[in-house]
Design a protein around this ligand. Structure first.
Ligand code: G
Ligand code: G
Ligand code: G
Ligand code: MN
Ligand code: NA
Length: 253
């Protein structure tokens, strides 16, 4: 049986699992959130990473079920942390197809109510690509989510076919600078110009800004010095289990 055929079973048989990558607030140097990243624990092939099956899920009509599974698992986890006294924002990646699901806002609203999660603690990460296709429909979904107090982030900012002309038309709370601009930041003056400009653009439009792919301390310090709000990356922490994340946030950094 192809992987495609097995994805449906994976959903039914609880073979999916979430890892969480912490997010560091640069002003306070505190971990104050996490991004959920899905993995498929395949009984024979071991761990399969999302790049190998998200596109497939989109092509085979399984993405709606997959996204809804991820949303419920992530919201349940954030709610659990909250009950245990840990205030951490939770970010969930949406795929391009998800914004064509007109019922998504109602589904998310239902989960937030069921798990008693304050809406501002949930962030939906979308890529620029996601809003280009069915622009009007995507815009409706995003507006409904944001009106309910959920947060919207543009993920991988700077590498999509984004147009600055429509950026300000999107209901957005945050830009996440793509890791390709961050990786060589301390060796590449041009990347520093680009990153400083994105930080200024974000703040000028009233958005927060996160840098992803931070792999060393010099980069972290530089980002803090230019007023970037949050950082994510292997230097801060790798994606990890929920338990490992709790350990990390409760021990001093
Ligand atoms: O750590 P990593 O290999 O997990 O992530 C690879 C890619 O898969 C990233 O672009 C990430 O946004 C995407 N991804 C991870 N988890 C999910 C998910 O639950 N849904 C969607 N649509 N994409 C995800
Ligand atoms: O009452 P209910 O279980 O639906 O609320 C769950 C949580 O979501 C509560 O903590 C409540 O404060 C929050 N919440 C409910 N509706 C909204 C809303 O419209 N906006 C925001 N920001 N939070 C809401
Ligand atoms: O597209 P998105 O930003 O959602 O995907 C995050 C992806 O980036 C995941 O695959 C995650 O494991 C990976 N990632 C997170 N931090 C780093 C980092 O510091 N370096 C590298 N190379 N990858 C990272
Ligand atoms: Mn992301
Ligand atoms: Na990203």
């Amino acid at each position: 049986l192809s992987l495609m055929g097995q994805l449906r079973d994976a959903l039914a048989q609880d073979q999916l699992q979430l890892h969480y990558q912490p997010k560091l607030a640069l002003a306070s140097r505190r971990l104050d959130g996490a991004e959920s990243l899905v993995r498929w624990q395949h009984p024979l092939r071991g761990t399969i990473m999302p790049d190998a099956f998200i596109g497939m899920a989109e092509d085979t009509g399984n993405i709606q079920r997959l996204t809804r599974w991820v949303l419920e698992a992530a919201i349940a986890q954030a709610s659990q942390w909250r009950v245990n006294g840990l205030q951490l924002g939770m970010a969930v990646n949406l795929s391009a197809r998800d914004l064509g699901d007109a019922d998504l806002p109602r589904y998310i609203l239902g989960l937030a109510a069921m798990y008693r999660l304050p809406h501002e603690q949930l962030t939906l990460e979308i890529t620029e690509r996601a809003v280009i296709g069915e622009f009007e429909a995507a815009l409706r979904v995003l507006h409904q989510l944001r009106e309910q107090g959920f947060r919207i982030t543009i993920d991988d900012f700077g590498v999509g076919q984004s147009s600055l002309a429509y950026l300000h038309k999107l209901p957005v709370d945050e830009l996440k600078i793509d890791q390709s601009f961050i990786k060589h930041l301390m060796d590449d003056a041009n990347d520093r110009v680009i990153v400083r400009s994105i930080v200024e653009l974000s703040h000028g439009l009233g958005y927060k800004v996160t840098a992803e792919g931070v792999e060393n301390e010099a980069t972290l310090d530089y980002l803090a010095s230019i007023g970037c709000d949050h950082a994510q990356g292997f230097f801060v922490a790798r994606p990890m289990s929920a338990d490992a994340l709790v350990q990390l946030t409760t021990t001093a950094l």
